[in-house]
Design a protein around this ligand. Sequence first.
Ligand code: IVH
Length: 670
Amino acid sequence: MKQSEARERIEKLRTEINDHNHRYYVLNQPEISDFEYDLLINELETLEKKFPGLITEDSPTRRIGSDVTKEFVQYEHKYPMLSLGNTYSEEEIREFDNRVRKAVNSEVEYVCELKFDGASISITYHNGLIQRAVTRGDGIKGDDVTPNIKTIRDIPVRIDKNIVPEEFVVRGEIILTRSVFDRLNEERAADGVQLFANPRNAAAGTLKLLDPKIVASRSLDCFFYFILGEDLPFDNHFDNMKLAFEWGFKVPDSIRLCRNIVEVMEFINHWDTARRNLPYDIDGVVIKVNSLTFQSELGYTAKSPRWAIAFKFKAERVSTRLLSVAFQVGRTGNITPVANLEPVLLAGTTVKRASLHNEDQINLLDLHINDTVFIEKGGEIIPKIVGVDLTNRANGSSKVNFISYCPECGTLLIKNEGEANHYCPNYLHCPPQIKGRIEHFVSRKAMDIDGLGEETVDLLFSKGLISNIADLYELKKENLVPLERLGEKSAANIIKSVNDSLNAPYHTVLFALGIRHVGETVAKTLAKKFRTIDELIAADAEQLTAVNEIGPKIAGSIIAYFEDEENKEIIRRLKSRGIRFSEGTTGSALSDKLNGRIIVISGVFNKHTRDEYKEIIEKNGGKNSSSISANTSFILAGENMGPAKKERALDLEVDIMNEEEFLKLIGEES
Ligand code: IVH
């Protein structure tokens, strides 16, 4: 490869890897498996080795991805949080052992541990008390998430100060067991909230919640694997970990002391299979030199210790036969192809289906019915087809073609220029789209109607009891009770909850209608400018776009919605049932104490959530803004106000008010 070609490829790889880092560490929404990520990093490392002139300090091979987010205060780690060199090959583990023994000129004991797949945390203890818990961040500094960490039962908040060093740091991995993860995603599905891709993302996302009460409800676990300090009790890792266990830290008993590399290999091979019986995910095994003296002799590279290495398990791959491809219609009309497979065992579960994403993916794989396909489960819940065994293709087998018409309602599908997905434009009468709108309407952030999850909506729809949102208000208990799976109690609950929803404020109703592009914020803006639904219906494009935040796209969608005869009829029926269609009849201002004040919220609060404070500000006549400017009246600051915000507030001499002072100001007893 020429230098110029290498430069181009290196740049492309760096952009791609940085993008994946952002998705993984910040958004907690990875797009590729760890294995695929490691392939990219490997390719980049190899190229940088070959062309050292092209190495830059900011290359992702020299930097650790960062999870830092702006809502938290950042703290510098006393000991940097490095990553681990990793490999998928036993050969490289042997090479690691050779290097280590040569460097210290002695036989070496290793400690083998499981590599937990979660989010890492570093906790400093002072006189036996938690002083601070910080995420890995970029390895140098991370986010202070102490209030969240204190909610985790596995983590001792206080240890007898007479038995521990005055100051020490423990590190571990915050994880969710698969069963807690499944329960969490079930709840999210019922609430119509985007699902977490895997337990790791769920754990990392939970750590960064601003409300410790929600963190507490998520049943996080923490496994400890590292202790650091100036005066640790033992000169070896294994005994220190055993002692940490006695102090109350959850050090899993899978930890093993191995006398040599043969025993290390036994450990790896054992867990490659046994991991399937664990209640949580691991993605490999970590091998550490036991002696702390040897550890410091071996030292560190810029990114990782030379005294440890991770052996990663390959995402399991099996082959099976493609039976057929089904096309599913989502809530918004999106069409997703799904492969039906001959059932096969993969990573402990029987797989019958795999996602195929879109037409491009099908063409890329050149998929034929009856093909032998390779499927893999990376970190994601849904396995995917990663290739086709072409040597096994039957003569004359037919190529998988994408469909042209909606499988649910027969409408001609549309694919917009530059987009990967097909969608069904029959917004009003395509059943999954109708059900999707009803599910959105009843979801927690919208009308918050209890007892109507996806399955119940499906049931009521199939029985002809509901075919739009207005029908919900005509449900009668006696229609519900005889339905299978419902019964007296659930039926009564649904009816009560539908009734309670009549109290939802006007802006919530606007959001719940599911008008395209009208999210929560736009709905609030609309409700403020157009005080009744009739004013909104009467507004033309010019009046709509005159409102801040409303552009032609949103305006067009609002107008189209209210022009539709069926929607008009639905609104008329909802109105006659008593749904709030004007500002002021409910959610009316509590006071005008904050009239004309622009308030920025920062930090974590005790009495209300941030969302509640936003509402309180608005209900008392104030306006919430996300950035500090000379116009800001004051900042409502909880614990852990972001340092950048603090600095800007001082610069602009904007007042900072704490939670208690604020509640006093608006007259709420604290
Ligand atoms: S030791 C300097 N041990 O893997 C070495 N890390 O890729 C510090 N991890 O950031 C790490 N299980 O989040 C160590 N038994 C274990 C681990 C483990 C999971 C994670 C940890 C670390 C990452 C490194």
